[in-house]
Write a protein that binds this ligand. Sequence first.
Ligand SMILES: *Cc1c(COP(=O)(O)O)cnc(C)c1O
Length: 342
Amino acid sequence: MKWIDIRSDTVTKPTEEMRLAMYRAEVGDDVYGDDPTVNRLEELAAEMMGKEAALFVPSGTFGNQLAILTHTDMGNEVIIPDSNHIFIHEVGASAVIASVQLRTLESPDGMPELGRIESAIRSNDVHFPETGLICMENAHSSGRVLPLEYLKSVKALAGRYSVPVHLDGARIFNAAITLGVKAKEIAATADSVMFCLSKGLAAPVGSILAGSKKFIEKARKGRKLMGGGMRQVGILAAAGIVALEKMVDRLEEDHRNARLLAELLSEIKGLKVLEDRLDINMVFFTLEFPEPQVVVEEMKKRGIKINPPEGKEYRFVTNNDVTTKDIHRVVTVLKEIVEDFS
Ligand SMILES: *Cc1c(COP(=O)(O)O)cnc(C)c1O
């Protein structure tokens, strides 16, 4: 049975071309800096982000936490919307690794008003921690894309207080498609940016952290501290190069499939698509019945993997391994389950 897996875009399998590139990859010892394939990936990634330098890291979480470690001093405060991945989904790592505290601003779409960010920036007082960093996320985990103008305003504000900005751009290329700009234009609104090779771009492993030459030099040492100094890792970087050269433009297909999925799902009784969050390759919806456990199990019996809802919200994610035909199958199956169990 061919599974249809719409739990995430992290589930994508490496393409044939990636596997061949991995097989043939020229490698060295990257801790010595002489893995040519890693060096090529880092140069390409830096160029695409419009930054001086880039660093290959094992995961998105690793890249974000390394960025925080590199930008801040112990005891600093980091301003971040409370719906962002770094706060919700990274196991509290910034307290453990960088030893900073997160100053969360309530904002379901990752876009707190500028005035609220500004008032969260600490003044000079013996009692206060220093504001070490502001974190933004684009595309946002809610399925929304933040407008470029908003991010530019955040950067300008941060600049007035000499606070750096880190962008969690796990899905920066999805955001770029939706905004109709180059990814580097989004990256320009931050001092450092992390993006994932292993999500929609379908590489098996890895993320990139990009920034100034000085920042990446410091981050390289932090990566070693965190246990992320890898050796013949050109094997993985080779797939990353294919991801950047061949898989970026096709993300548009995932967006089209997501919109089709949303349209078809909304015809199911008791199902409500969250229409204002359809900017990328994700569809969020609520479903009155049957119980989530039944939905997940019955879909699985019919060859479709989905996640249970978070809170009340289901999230279906389109990706490179999901065809338009699969989208129709998903909706047909879910419709059947809703009818059978009501
Ligand atoms: C997936 C994701 C990450 C982390 O990536 P991992 O490789 O799973 O650690 C960070 N931020 C956002 C917004 C993500 O979606």
